[in-house]
Design a protein around this ligand. Structure first.
Ligand SMILES: Nc1ncnc2c1ncn2[C@@H]1O[C@H](COP(=O)(O)OP(=O)(O)OP(=O)(O)O)[C@@H](O)[C@H]1O
Ligand SMILES: [Mg+2]
Length: 306
């Protein structure tokens, strides 16, 4: 008996074997292996890569909560590693200036006193120039950048000033929720705003993308041409999640769990009602189905979560 079998009565991926998945299709982690390349995601990733390769300096990636920013940064990190492009990535943006320089030097493995801003800056400058002299660039990725304090953002802006004749020495990607866009509009950020060379924005999926997304995740997890979540139900999932990938994942994961518990391999509208009710999801009362659809009539008759 495995140690965990004693403490957990049910295996963690309890429905995978029942449906025939090789892994959980709707995991919440930002796993690039599950990356679905919708047109907007593809374009945004291409922009990030272009911005880095052409040494544009500042690049902004913004989007609604749960639309895939962190997942995209993971894909970018994979790309940078494959190209041997050095990068530092900060995923906790609630930092003081001192902590910021400490983290930066740690990630870039700078050989200096990491507690001295002067030493970190000298060492960083040396590293960037050395890399630039052999045609290599360096990247700083800051996720959750909407949380950065003004003084840290100001230090990042100053780092963006380092350049040679061929372009910026440090490519800086600031990713965050839409507050970041709004923050840039404030007068104290006008210098930084002016330096942003590229902007990418992610939004929720449209209906066609939601269908492709759900099917693509299931295919990645081992089931091609799935029939567990029928098309009309995906339409309703799209409606209730507003096409936000994280919400789609949460709904689908719970839906599969409910189907498994009810020992059926096809999810139903009743199950979806239960799942979104438990999730306290707010969505418009208008059904996503045409009225002549039997599915829609059933959906109309049910009490919806306010
Ligand atoms: N294009 C995509 N392909 C595959 N999965 C995706 C995609 N976009 C988002 N997801 C999934 O949606 C969930 C949320 O994504 P992610 O954490 O990247 O969003 P986020 O924009 O960083 O959210 P937050 O604003 O809360 O930081 C993750 O489980 C991720 O796997
Ligand atoms: Mg994120």
């Amino acid at each position: 008996m495995l140690p965990c079998e004693k403490s957990c009565p049910l295996p963690l991926n309890m429905y995978n074997a029942f449906f025939g998945f090789t892994q959980n299709p709707f995991n919440m982690s930002p796993d690039p292996a599950f990356f679905y390349r919708s047109v907007q995601h593809e374009e945004a990733l291409a922009n990030l890569i272009y911005g880095v390769q052409s040494r544009k300096g500042f690049i902004l990636l913004t989007g609604e909560v749960g639309t895939g920013k962190t997942t995209m940064l993971e894909c970018l990190r994979d790309f940078l590693s494959s190209q041997q492009i050095a990068f530092a990535s900060l995923f906790n943006s609630r930092l003081t200036v001192d902590q910021f320089f400490e983290m930066l030097s740690y990630d870039l493995e700078l050989r200096c006193n990491r507690h001295s801003k002067t030493e970190v800056l000298l060492s960083l400058n040396g590293m960037l120039l050395e890399r630039a002299s052999v045609g290599r660039t360096t990247v700083l990725i800051v996720d959750e950048a909407h949380n950065l304090e003004w003084d840290v953002l100001e230090e990042i802006r100053l780092l963006g000033n380092m350049e040679n004749r061929r372009g910026k020495l440090l490519q800086i990607i600031l990713a965050g929720q839409q507050e970041l866009d709004r923050k840039m509009e404030a007068p104290e950020f006008r210098q930084l705003k002016q330096r942003i060379a590229l902007r990418c924005t992610l939004r929720g999926f449209d209906f066609t993308e939601t269908v492709a997304y759900v099917n693509s995740r299931m295919a990645c997890a081992g089931i091609q041409e799935q029939t567990i979540i029928p098309l009309p139900l995906i339409k309703e999932i799209h409606h209730r999640s507003q096409g936000i990938p994280r919400l789609i994942n949460a709904i689908c994961d719970n839906l599969l769990l409910t189907s498994f518990a009810m020992e059926t391999k096809v999810a139903s509208l009743e199950m979806l009602d239960e799942v979104t009710g438990d999730m306290r999801l707010n969505y418009s009362q208008e059904p996503a189905f045409p009225v002549d659809d039997g599915f829609a009539e059933r959906s109309f008759r049910r009490t919806r979560v306010p």
